[in-house]
Design a protein around this ligand. Structure first.
Ligand code: ADP
Length: 290
């Protein structure tokens, strides 16, 4: 395990218990942190990025104490915060070069090569002279990743990176993350389940500051095999639904498509269907049991 989080808790001065005894072991590769808004994801991300102290607990990264050796951690950290507000009126090229200098890339030639590489992999080379403030949401996110990749980080933390991106921008952003080397630990915090199913080798679900689940997407889906049921309910029909079995409802061509979790729900007129990670997410968050 590259990152070991033990018993981390945080209560803010206003009394909100944002993190309650978080325990997570995170391997190299892409790790997804899923949870609804207010679950505690950003609080955990900021703690891992050494921007805030937990009240209790320890965090180890590749064998060293992350909370004690903050400067060491920062030298190998790439962080894309949720609110990434960049300086206005500075071109992407100049801003990356400036940030690279801050991160210790002191040779001008090295900096130029690095900036060119980052602009190319994030597909921003053609707009490198444009002020980052005038970028679209997707371009800003890619710029955010470019700056997070400066200095060959070993730990990359990206907080809600795809919120607000259009589908094409999301795919481009996913491809960019998927290209990061395997020996790097990438933590992707999101409330969008498909970010995790598309990208992550393992993931955790947190809610109300607690870890509810931590496993691989494959194992999560295996556990739901033959337990996911679906029923189409025509528009305007009134049907009583068993709430303790109800996973989700969505509209399809005007009808309600309802998904249930259970052993045998043929009596409801439902049919077995393929489980998805989204089903797993809802079942976990709602605490449904068999
Ligand atoms: P998420 O990133 O999953 O949306 P957060 O970590 O931002 O969750 O928030 C977890 C809880 O802590 C929420 O109830 C939020 O309102 C609260 N919170 C977050 N930051 C602060 C802060 N600086 N001061 C007080 N409460 C906070």
């Amino acid at each position: 395990m590259s990152l070991i989080i033990r018993d981390v808790s945080k209560t803010y001065p206003n009394g909100v218990h944002a993190l309650n005894s978080i325990h997570l072991e995170i391997p190299n590769g892409m790790f997804g942190l899923l949870g609804p808004n207010g679950a505690g994801k950003s609080s955990l991300m900021r703690t891992l990025a050494t921007l805030q102290e937990p009240d209790t607990g320890t965090i180890e990264f590749n064998g060293f104490n992350l909370l004690r050796e903050k400067m060491h951690l920062r030298s190998m950290l790439g962080y894309l915060p949720q609110e990434f507000d960049v300086y206005p009126k500075i071109s992407a090229e100049d801003l990356l070069s400036y940030l690279a200098e801050l991160k210790g890339v002191s040779s001008r030639r090295e900096r130029q090569a690095l900036v060119e590489h980052l602009l190319t992999v994030t597909n921003l080379y053609d707009v490198r002279k444009k002020a980052v403030a005038h970028y679209s949401g997707g371009m800003k996110q890619r710029f955010g990743i470019a700056q997070a990749l400066i200095g060959q980080p070993k730990l990359i933390i990206v907080d809600e990176p795809t919120a607000g991106l259009d589908p094409e921008e999301r795919v481009r952003f996913h491809n960019l993350l998927a290209d990061i080397k395997d020996d790097v630990t990438v933590i992707l915090s999101t409330h969008i389940v498909s970010d995790v199913s598309d990208l992550c080798q393992s993931f955790a679900i947190i809610n109300k500051g607690e870890v509810l689940s931590n496993q691989t997407p494959q194992d999560a889906l295996r556990g739901l095999r033959n337990k996911l049921w679906e029923k189409r309910i025509p528009r305007h029909a009134s049907v009583e639904l068993p709430l303790d079995r109800l996973v989700s409802m969505h509209l399809s061509m005007g009808d309600q498509i309802v998904r249930f979790y259970g052993e045998d729900l043929t009596a409801l007129g439902a049919e077995l269907t393929q489980p998805t990670l989204e089903d797993y997410y809802f079942i976990t968050i709602k605490g449904l049991t068999l």
